[in-house]
Design a protein around this ligand. Structure first.
Ligand SMILES: [Zn+2]
Length: 554
């Protein structure tokens, strides 16, 4: 059921640009029926409508988050959530309190702790023993590429100095080889069989909480960046299907099926056949509440993150004293396997969403997409590369010529404690300055989309847009801007988070405000075009409309 709605006294960003004159948008039957003056909009719904006074704020299309993990984010909000911790002590206090409030839990799970709060980004197991004596604790960090575990958890996993590192990750250790309390990348999987498995009902609750939370920031749709079982998290396909069937989920969702690692060239056909079956089983689900769900994308993680030396680089990591090591970071897929699987997936009509952080991972991904483009219409499939921290200029030109979209997590494109303490020593000044070359991509004609990677980072688009246009941490001036000249304009950033993300999340009638178009809208409390770039982080979402229905009011 939708009520007619008129939003007045604002300004309108259409998805491409600030509308020269419009102050209002009228909505009827779930569609935009007027964009113009307050009088025009009121006249368009003569039977009367719910009124919302935007009070000088900006009316935008609903934001689309092009890379997000809603099941994990929602689940984390409902478990031991350390996202809001501000230092080690506050993280431990949250664990202590959670342990006391949940005496019956066999395992304490959750996450969201922040690397810079602990020396080297490596908190020790004993800290968890002090906070939750005797309890088995497993907490993923905010970037989800590592986990922190308690001594009881290590004991339950039988993990000790003799436990070998898996091929695709490592156990952090003391000098005597015994595990110190953190696990990186594939080492997290060594706990997968031990952790409590949330049932589908719990995952539906997580997704509904995620939808509520994302909508509070003006987000009306997204691409789930991993649909499948990954790092101890269970496949959430059933939860999505249940949520859409009941109508509890009504956002617009496309999901990226997770490509498991560790297969060889001879297994490519089988792997692809399984993904086709998963896609076809889901089909395109829609419901009366305006929701839609499909999974015609495959997520490929080609490398990790620089902080744990798992991003795939062209030049070696430094040892922390400016000297090169012999480490380049692993490619999660050998290039010949990546090439073969990318071509086979594109031939089946899949969009590819490739995690590429290091410059070598980017080049490998583009090589594979270039081969796919020789046999398929890459432009139509809308492939995208996510994260793009280190990117060679030559590879930017290739992205543009292949029509590959840059899926930006703009919030990360600034200097911060984490970047200075954990990233700078590993890559050195030169490479550090060249990270996240957004303006170079835009100038080369690369299409831009934006996403948050929540729960890795806040899903608030205004925080990411703030960094995209300033290249400094929201509201901070402790560090100079990262990468001089790589700022986007406000129009470029807003357009990326709306129209750009709509294209890459495969929602063709989203991401813009136009007559007759579906009414997915967000209203900001102020017009950021009237603010200085440094003030943009203070903008707040006050109204979210999905298919003509008010789904959040701030
Ligand atoms: Zn992600």
């Amino acid at each position: 059921m939708t009520n007619d709605l008129v939003i007045t006294s604002g300004r309108v960003f259409t998805g491409a640009a600030l509308h020269p004159t419009a102050t209002a948008v009228a909505v009827s039957g779930g569609r935009v029926v007027a964009i113009g003056s307050d009088e025009d909009a009121l006249a368009a719904v003569p039977g009367g409508a719910e009124l919302f006074d935007a009070a000088g704020g900006l009316i935008t299309p609903g934001f689309l988050d092009s890379h997000v993990h809603p099941t994990q984010g929602g689940h984390e909000r409902l478990t031991c959530d350390l996202t809001d911790s501000t230092d080690a002590a506050s993280a431990l206090e949250l664990v202590r309190r959670y342990a006391v409030e949940h005496p019956e839990d066999d395992w304490i799970v959750g996450g969201g702790w922040h690397l810079p709060h602990f020396p080297g980004g490596l908190p020790r197991a004993e800290l968890l023993e002090q906070a939750a004596p005797g309890r088995k604790v497993y907490l993923v960090n905010a970037d989800h590429h590592g986990a922190w575990v308690s001594p009881a958890a290590l004991a339950a996993a039988g993990m000790d100095a003799d436990t070998p590192d898996p091929a695709d990750g490592h156990i952090d250790r003391d000098p005597d080889g015994s595990p110190s309390g953190t696990l990186q990348e594939g080492a997290m999987d060594l706990f997968e069989h031990l952790l409590p498995v949330p049932d589908d009902a719990a995952y539906v609750d997580a997704l509904v909480e995620a939808q509520r939370y994302l909508r509070s920031f003006g987000i009306t749709g997204w691409q789930d960046a991993i649909l499948g079982s990954y790092a101890g998290a269970r496949d959430s396909t059933e939860a999505y299907l249940l949520g859409f069937e009941s109508g509890a989920l009504s956002a617009r969702v496309s999901a990226a099926l997770w490509l498991t690692r560790g297969f060889g060239l001879d297994e490519v056909a089988d792997v692809v056949a399984r993904l086709v079956a998963a896609r076809d089983r889901i089909g395109v689900r829609t419901n009366d509440a305006g929701g839609s769900f499909k999974a015609v994308t495959v997520k490929i993680m080609q490398d990790g993150v620089p902080e744990s030396r798992t991003a795939a680089l062209k030049q070696p990591y430094l040892d922390g004293h400016g000297h090169p090591t012999d480490q380049l970071g692993p490619s999660h897929f050998p290039p010949e396997v990546l090439d073969a699987v990318a071509v086979a997936l594109a031939r089946e009509g899949f969009q590819l969403h490739i995690h590429a952080i290091g410059d070598r991972a980017v080049a490998e991904a583009l090589h594979a997409l270039g081969l796919a483009a020789e046999q398929t219409d890459g432009e139509a499939l809308r492939h995208h590369l996510a994260h793009l921290q280190q990117v060679d200029l030559d590879d930017i030109a290739t992205m543009a010529s292949l029509g590959v979209t840059a899926n930006l997590q703009a919030l990360w494109a600034c200097n911060s404690d984490q970047m200075t303490e954990l990233n700078l020593p590993l890559v050195g000044e030169g490479r550090f300055r060249e990270q996240y070359p957004f303006a170079a991509m835009a100038a080369a004609g690369v299409r831009l989309a934006m996403g948050s990677d929540w729960p890795v980072s806040t899903p608030d688009p205004w925080q990411a847009i703030s960094v995209a246009v300033t290249r400094v941490e929201p509201g901070e001036d402790r560090y100079p801007p990262l990468g001089k000249g790589q700022e986007l304009t406000l129009e470029q950033a807003l357009s990326a988070y709306t129209a750009g993300s709509a294209r890459v999340t495969l929602h063709d009638d989203a991401g813009r405000i136009e007559l007759g178009g579906r009414a997915d809208l967000a209203v900001a409390d102020r017009n950021p075009f009237d603010l200085s770039a440094q003030q943009i982080h203070t903008v707040r979402n006050v109204l979210t409309v999905s298919a003509g229905r008010v789904v959040h009011r701030g």
